[in-house]
Design a protein around this ligand. Structure first.
Ligand code: AN0
Ligand code: CP
Length: 321
């Protein structure tokens, strides 16, 4: 594997799941692979899970790791070419990236959508510059349009908990007070559509009107505007907030309607579904305390699988260095 930024980079999903379960059975079986290899993780945005799980995955493989928070202690980075740098940004991304590349073998990057320009966000302006100028394999740790390490962990979790060969998986929008990127729902949809193409899931998306995702991510999913109808017979409820994608509302909050909060009454419509969320989650907005604390909530094992998805990705990149 060269870079890891979309579902395409992982290839056959069933083979990837099998490899994940093998890694999970003995996560220290490959410590020789990462000897004297260094992972640098660059964060333009906050993180709890991605930071810890990716670092742990690298350590499981015997790698050295370094973490840099751009907002805390690094020079502020200019990302536009052709500007007169007389403002508050002392360094350009075009020098920073190859310098970072010179200190490591693999680079992880977290860079969320800025919501200032849809074209910049959806062309993955920051992530693609790392791929172009670092000379190193790049792992997306959530970029503007996708969060593939999360989606891979979600897929592993669904595989572990499913009780039927083709479970019904429902991605539901839920309210949130801040404008959040589409990266998690886009990516989840991309991975679920790939699993659906193998006949492994029945995938449905539900959201209020105006929250349509880009058609390239919706793919062959069924879109159901009635959340209660979508929940009927579901085996997995995957909740997430996102801001509007479609123009002229790109990056805007159109609703904070708590009628869309996932609660126990709505969960009774499902086939005793498991509740999933990538975390961090706002209780009372996305989901009630009762649902997230219920035995059907699998948010903690889901987060634990982030170590496994990251380890499979880093292992495959190390194998191809
Ligand atoms: C981020 C998002 O929605 O993309 C990260 C999720 C993993 N969430 C927040 O900023 C709250
Ligand atoms: N799910 C996830 O990526 O969490 P963090 O933002 O805490 O890394």
């Amino acid at each position: 594997m060269k870079h890891f930024t979309t579902v395409k980079d992982i290839g056959d999903l069933r083979a990837a799941i099998a490899e994940a379960l093998e890694v999970k059975r003995d996560r220290y079986a490959f410590t020789a692979l990462g000897r004297n290899k260094t992972l640098v993780m660059i964060f333009f945005n906050s993180s709890l899970r991605t930071r810890l799980s990716t670092q742990k995955a690298a350590m499981n493989l015997g790698m050295n790791t370094m973490v840099l928070d751009i907002a805390q202690g690094a020079w502020k980075l200019e990302t536009e070419r052709g500007v007169i740098m007389d403002g508050d940004k002392p360094e350009h991304l075009l020098e920073a990236i190859p310098v970072i590349g010179s200190y490591c073998d693999i680079i992880g990057v977290r860079s969320f959508a800025g919501f200032e320009s849809k074209a910049d966000d959806y062309s993955e302006k920051v992530l693609s510059q790392f791929m172009e100028h670092s000379g190193r394999p790049v792992v997306s740790m959530e970029a503007a349009t996708r969060h593939p390490l999360q989606s891979f962990a979600d897929l592993i979790t669904i595989e572990e908990y499913k009780r039927t060969a083709r479970p019904k998986v429902v991605l539901t929008w839920a309210p949130h007070p801040r404008a959040l990127p589409q990266a998690v729902p886009n990516s989840f949809a991309e991975w679920m559509n790939a699993a659906a193409a193998n006949g492994d899931v029945d995938f449905v998306i539900t959201h209020p009107p105006g929250y349509e995702l880009a058609t390239e991510f919706v793919g062959s999913a069924r879109v159901e505007y009635d959340q209660r109808k979508a929940f009927e017979g579901a085996d997995f409820i995957y909740a997430k907030n996102w801001a509007a994608y479609t123009d002229p509302n790109y990056g805007k909050i159109l609703s904070t309607d708590r009628a869309w909060t996932v609660d126990s009454e709505k969960m009774t419509l499902t086939n005793d579904a498991f509740f999933m969320h990538c975390l961090p989650v706002r209780r009372g907005m996305i989901v009630t305390d009762e649902v997230i604390e219920s035995p059907r909530s699998i948010v903690i094992p889901e987060a634990a699988n982030r170590e496994i998805s990251a380890q499979v990705v880093l292992k495959r990149i190390l194998e191809s260095l």
